[in-house]
Write a new protein. Structure first.
Length: 319
């Protein structure tokens, strides 16, 4: 009698196997078929194929962007390998240690010291490797030792952009201390945007251009998604980075930092052209009268910068 009661109590503690539902299996099969169909349809175009190869990253249009793309792809490959191993172990444990009968109790393992040491150390090693690779890429794309062919003074101001291009010979030593009052060129031409006009940034292909970033009001962020690089434009601090466009084309740029009510209007276009067309564009700005002896750095003196041909009032305003 005692044995029968103990057996009944034990059977109550063991959960029963759920009956397999043919309807659920059909639903899972149907969903899998739909998913496979969507994947097949989504892989029809060459553009989509390129997105799969780049793992949804834009096609880089700059030499610096290639470093970012390689880091992105490497991180995804490492993550997928880790995921496959983890998923494989999970499904192996589910299948290998499954309950084979209703009255079977699996072995209760309280701990496994070697395994616990492994899954503690392995993630730490992975983080260290990711960190080291990220630092390498950061050093490559922010390398100040690159020879700079052109320097553009970029101004982000509520709520548009001004691009100051240097004319004549460049004094690269003026970039050693971006916070001083020295500029690499003795004269400039500029392109400025307004609330109703989207400015265009023109760059020569195959040449390294340095951006000195200025803001007279709030924090902005200069970004061209096709270049895979962006940087904050901070008041009171002149950030900078170099970019080397790798192909001719038209791209879109925007501010990536919420900077006020009309943040969405801080757009600009990017034209990557041949060096000859770049020189012709600067000459066109000169001929139109968009010239100054110093770059326009925004603020209340955006139109009264010293060097503009607008009379004594300009000099007084600049002072």
């Amino acid at each position: 009698m005692f044995v029968e009661r103990e057996a009944q109590a034990l059977s109550l503690q063991l959960p029963k196997r759920a009956a397999r539902s043919r309807g659920a299996a059909r639903r899972v099969t149907g969903l899998a078929a739909i998913g496979a169909g969507v994947l097949l349809l989504g892989g029809c175009s060459s553009e989509t194929k390129g997105e799969w190869e780049r793992l949804a990253m834009p096609d880089p249009a700059s030499e610096q962007g290639e470093h970012v793309l390689n880091l992105w792809q490497g991180a995804w490959i490492a993550a997928l390998i880790t995921g496959v191993i983890v998923w494989g172990l999970i499904f192996y444990a589910i299948w290998r240690f499954r309950r084979r009968s209703e009255d079977e109790i699996p072995v209760q393992t309280r701990y496994n010291l070697p395994l616990e040491i492994f899954y503690t150390i392995a993630p730490i090693i992975m983080v260290i490797v990711f960190f080291a690779k990220t630092v390498d890429v950061q050093n490559a794309i922010l390398d100040d030792d690159l020879p700079v062919d052109n320097t553009i003074e970029v101004v982000g101001q509520q709520w548009s952009w001004t691009f100051n291009y240097g004319i004549g010979e460049q004094d690269a030593s003026a970039n050693d201390d971006a916070a001083d009052d020295r500029f690499p060129y003795s004269s400039y031409v500029h392109e400025s945007g307004t609330a109703s006009y989207i400015p265009t940034l023109v760059l020569p292909v195959g040449e390294t251009t340095r951006f000195n970033l200025h803001s007279p009001d709030v924090i902005h962020d200069l970004s061209v998604p096709a270049f895979l690089l962006k940087m904050d434009v901070i008041p009171g601090r002149v950030n900078h980075y170099e970019i080397t466009p790798s192909r001719i084309g038209t791209f879109a740029g925007k501010c990536f930092e919420l900077c006020g009510v009309y943040h969405s209007r801080m757009l600009f276009n990017v034209e990557v052209v041949s060096p000859e067309d770049y020189d012709a564009y600067l000459q066109q700005l000169q001929d139109s009268g968009a010239t100054s002896q110093a770059p326009l750095l925004g603020g209340s003196y955006a139109s009264t910068q010293a060097g503009l041909d607008s009379g004594n009032e300009s000099e007084e305003g600049a002072q």
